[in-house]
Design a protein around this ligand. Sequence first.
Ligand code: NAI
Length: 553
Amino acid sequence: MTHHLPNPAGLQQALPSGAALLHDPLLNKGTAFTLAERHALGLEGLLPPHVHTLEEQVARVMDNYRNKQTDLERYIHLVSLQDRNETLFYRVVVDHIEELMPIIYTPTVGQACQQWGHLFRRPRGLYVSWRDRGRIAALLRNWPHGDVRVIVVTDGERILGLGDQGVGGMGIPVGKLSLYTACAGIDPARTLPVMLDVGTENEGYLRDPLYMGLRQKRVRGPDFDAFVGEFIEAVREVMPRALIQFEDFANLNAFRLLEQWREKVCTFNDDIQGTAAVTLAGLYSAQRLTGKKLREQTILFLGAGEAGVGIGELIVSAMIEEGATPEEARRRCWFVDSQGLVVRSRKGMAAHKLRFAHDAAPAPDLLSALEALAPTAIVGVSTVARAFNRPVIEAMARVNDRPIVFALSNPTSKSECTAEEAYGWSGGRAVFASGSPFPPCAVGGKTFVPGQGNNSYIFPGVGLGVVACQARHVTDRMFAAAARTLAELVEPSDLAMGRIYPSLTRIREVSARIGVAVAEVAFRDGLAGIERPADVPALVRGAMWTPEYPVYV
Ligand code: NAI
């Protein structure tokens, strides 16, 4: 008798049996296969006799996990589990999200990317290299799962704040898609991580015999754009319902690709738009502590790249919604980059900075810009560790009762300051958030729980909303709605601890609420691919996959 796997689309798919079933990570239940299933599916003898519950399996995984000596070993342990049994992997991650997120995502994933070729065990996702140009659609057809709904794609050129990681950048799409599933319940069988390998400038990798990518310098210019274009067209043809999230491309390509494709396909860039939304949400929460409206803030960014400019643009549109004119709003956002304050008189500036280049006297560095502008908030997106040093934080604390200090560079080693430094040097008055997590710290007899301005508060929920209503495009209005929703979910008890984001333990609720907000924008703006149902929250919750074992027999 052939057994069939029920799936959400109601289609019947033949269920493999015996060893093939144990080796299919999407179907495997390991020691949790019941005796009836073992009998019917040819598994007898292939498993030890006792049948475990999912909860017992979770306890075993966590026991092993906590015995590991390093974070990288913990990462390998979890990824290997994901390769064997995805349901168990996601149950473990969902139940221990605060503990495990820093391992499957920043900061540990950064280390994994740096050692990709050395750690490699099993491939996951799709590797599309420059050698495959002209036949990318054929590669997409090799992907074994139908109806892909979310793709995360990178070319590995700007991985976190670690620079060019070449093909090792694949760790990021893999990690982000794990978060789509864990945080927002996107069905793992409908996700696809993609690495576009066009070479690397990283000499260390080019010399490393274990490096797994093309051994050539990066393809640039029109050839690169044509290659990315072929990939997007191939997705359109082979996986027409997929949302494409661009991830960790260098800023010289990221802005252009976003502009080129955002109106044509269903796509967004998380470094630009997701970061912007999570930071805007942080500023909305900070408003409840500082008593100042967003449009009354003066924000000084360190770093004028994808993250910084993306945040600046979303803040400008939010200030305009609060009643500011476009000119007023832009004058409230200032940038310092590696050459000092971004001002109009500067020559040869990259296009993405021009809209924030104000008429003002040049300032050579952050401290002099800070003294000239007296900002209410500083936002670090520079990849420069310790750039928010004692004089900077003290200067902020001199001009503000509650200085806002967001040190967003990742991983932890690149953070502009630590939580302890921000609270300590400001006499416990800073409103602080970081990109990578910091543990709670005690300053002046008070314990602070620092918030993490983590994009995973935003992108999984945005993706969920887009998938649920089959949105044709992803718009800035959706990200603005996501930011407002996230800020609304911050409780007074969070703020009392200094935390300007909700606890990560509530992430599935947060994502569901953001999903609803995003779908509502899509319905309102005529971008949804389906009719608006009466109950949008039910639509969104119905689209969420939960890590529970199916009963096969
Ligand atoms: P990017 O490469 O586009 O921009 C970096 C910017 O920093 C450039 O404008 C550069 O001129 C500037 N910079 C470099 N050295 C500097 C110096 N010495 N002084 C002042 N400015 C300097 O990179 P992107 O995408 O903007 O990312 C920046 C950082 O933000 C990364 O560490 C990334 O991991 C982090 N990030 C954090 C997120 C979060 O926590 N939610 C999300 C996205 C990015």
